[in-house]
Design a protein around this ligand. Structure first.
Ligand SMILES: *Cc1c(COP(=O)(O)O)cnc(C)c1O
Ligand code: SF4
Length: 459
């Protein structure tokens, strides 16, 4: 066939139709995949879709988890996981859905295992600059469980429980039950504490945007969704709110079968719409495997009911820090009408140094995914600056030294004077950087150098 040239275009830019078989992001896991787990061999679809069955069979004790997977893994893995449970700052909580999505023939590499089950052999020492509430959420809280850091928005921690517990939780200082390692600051869902939060929000005319999180909105009872939603909608200053939940990624069944909760959410969204106020759902998918046929049905139900869903991922080593996985995650979420909103560079959290990556990795990944799909489905890569600086575009550092791994950000809307530092994980630094962190006397020298370099650029 004769070649047709489009003016000013190169041949490689002309598109031939793609073989549909290569559109892997649309190939969602379906069927009764859970039956490969011995304990779920006899579970039928109706039962597996029942959110009450999922909650009831969610595993909260290490022994129980190890019982369920015992036949699938080696004794070495079991003892490694036992050691991990003992040393982890987060309590264990894994849904049958998640458990069924883990490839138990490769538990060391599996991206879901990495997120939820700590292995003793993979634990690394924490970064010397880590502290437990690294985002200063408690320091920035005018009333317990309400963080007011940015000018017009606030974070309301309504409760401290979740449908599952993630190893890497930023709020490991509060979320979940106490562990051998951490005694938590509790944020129980009490009316008394909520009333103080509502009173504060109502008293601040500048607050227009409220994030309802925790813990996790999935664990709020239907009547609590309605109560919190309506109390906030009734405040003239509040124009936007988001219910944050990991739920769709770990138990999409609830969207399909907990009609009371689903209707409560849709009720607040619809009432908000009649008042010209925005109410949306924010969720937390990290890996394409977390999106299945069941997820599609759940997301379709939300979308058809008029609920906007946005996603905030956490960038994690060995989970989603390679371009192929991040592209697949973004394409798959887009296909399910989930907007990729943020990818967070992993916060400095206790006990998860094996999961963190570098600022340099985030910058490279951003380059690899931008242009893949719609701009509104392309995430902004951010660092939540330790010390309470808030979210900063990874590219916007004043200074970044990939040898020491120290990056310095400013945050003019939070504190125009302050310099906020983030620290890459030491084991990913070049030898010279690792050598300097091995010497405690060098720690403050590296910090001072970095801030001086940032200051010189700003002035
Ligand atoms: C993330 C966050 C928000 C919301 O920020 P957006 O950038 O609008 O998503 C609000 N308050 C606190 C304390 C936060 O950490
Ligand atoms: S669901 Fe969110 S709040 Fe709950 S443990 Fe996971 S990261 Fe933490």
């Amino acid at each position: 066939m004769e070649k047709v040239h489009i003016l000013g275009r190169d041949d490689h830019l002309r598109k031939a139709p793609v073989d549909p078989a290569t559109l892997v992001h649309r190939q969602l896991l379906g069927g009764d995949f859970w039956r490969k787990i011995p304990a779920y061999r006899d579970v039928d679809e109706a039962t597996f879709l029942d959110h009450k069955w999922q909650s009831k069979h969610t595993i909260t004790r290490p022994d129980k988890l190890l019982d369920v997977v015992q036949e699938l893994v080696t004794p070495g893995f079991i003892s490694d996981a036992r050691e991990g449970f003992h040393r982890a700052p987060m309590a264990v909580r894994v849904s049958p859905y998640l458990l069924s999505l883990i490839d138990w023939s490769r538990p060391y590499e599996d991206p879901l295992r990495r997120q939820f089950i700590t292995l003793g052999s993979l634990l690394r020492p924490d970064h010397p600059k880590l502290d437990l509430d690294s985002l200063h959420e408690q320091a920035d809280a005018p009333v317990p469980g309400l963080t007011h850091r940015y000018p017009d928005k606030a974070l309301f921690l309504a409760l401290d429980t979740c449908p599952v517990y993630c190893r890497f939780c930023t709020r490991s200082y509060a979320v979940g039950t106490d562990t051998d390692q951490v005694e938590k600051v509790h944020m129980s869902p009490t009316m008394d504490r909520w009333e103080r939060a509502f009173a504060y929000i109502a008293s601040r005319p500048e607050l227009e945007d409220i994030v309802i999180s925790g813990g996790d909105s999935y664990n709020l009872r239907a009547e609590h969704i309605t109560l919190i939603g309506n109390r906030l909608l009734d405040m003239p200053n509040v124009r936007r709110m988001r219910f944050a939940t990991k739920g769709p990624a770990v138990m999409p069944q609830k969207i399909l079968t907990d009609d009371a909760w689903f209707s409560a959410l849709v009720g607040v969204v619809e009432r908000g719409r009649t008042m010209a106020k925005e109410v949306v759902l924010h969720t937390h998918f990290n890996h394409p495997t977390e999106l299945t046929e069941i997820t599609k049905r759940a997301m379709d139900r939300l979308f058809s009911a008029g609920v906007t869903v946005r996603n905030q991922s956490v960038l994690q080593r060995g989970v989603n820090d390679d371009p192929e996985t991040m592209r697949m995650l973004i394409k798959r979420m887009s296909y399910l009408n989930v907007h990729a909103y943020y990818v967070y560079v992993h916060d400095l959290v206790k006990g998860v140094e094996d999961l963190r990556t570098t600022v340099g990795t985030a910058i490279e990944l951003e380059k690899q995914v931008r242009g893949l799909t719609a701009g509104f489905n392309t995430p902004t890569f951010v660092v939540d600056a330790p010390g309470g600086g808030g979210k900063r575009d990874v590219h916007s550092f004043e200074h970044y030294n990939p040898v020491t791994g120290v990056s310095v950000y400013r945050s003019p809307n939070v504190n125009p004077e302050a310099f906020y530092c983030y620290f890459d994980p030491i084991e990913l630094l070049p030898e010279e950087g690792q050598r300097r962190w091995a010497e405690p006397a060098q720690h403050d020298v590296m910090l001072t150098e970095a801030i001086a370099a940032a200051r010189a650029r700003v002035r």
